[in-house]
Design a protein around this ligand. Sequence first.
Ligand code: 5GP
Length: 184
Amino acid sequence: MVLIGPGGVGKGTLAQRLVSADDHLWLSRSWTTRPRRETEDGTEYHFVDRTTFEQAIDDRLFLEWAEFNGNLYGTPFPHAPPGVDVLLEIEVQGAEQVRRADPQSVVFLIMPPSLEELEERLRARGDHDEHVKFRLSSTPAELAKGRELASYVVVNDDLGTATAQILSILEELRLRRRAPSEKE
Ligand code: 5GP
């Protein structure tokens, strides 16, 4: 299960909500070469330097990886406990690779209620002006690509509502997976 969407849309918080609400969802922890933000405690990513990341690419440790905003990000092949669904919170280039590697994967595009609201959220989390401008300039392309990839589009206006919508879609997907013939 893959969450994509523009920066500031609240994917990270949604992902946390989803795994706390659903014992059978397992959130993957990505690697990145991006420096840790002051607001981060170090658990958000496995923070590494570029040489270490490139070595991991050569060693084929990643299910997918991509360069975004000058930094590398990658999902290690998941070592999830049996019986869980794996949740990834990644950007679109990575989601394309996951779709290719696993056609059973389901992509959710998380949309902001409006571009104005997205800008406010980016500023509220302390992003610098230039970064906010960069993020907003790439948003239309990200959303267009995201719409092509996504099976479901969820607007994150209210966090509780968006979480509940995704959980109910997930339940439906699990039912279909358990009894495909009954549903067809
Ligand atoms: P940030 O630097 O704001 O934490 O993340 C920047 C972007 O990278 C976000 O869209 C986030 O979802 C994405 N991202 C985080 N981890 C991964 C990953 O493992 N692979 C890919 N392709 N993107 C990731």
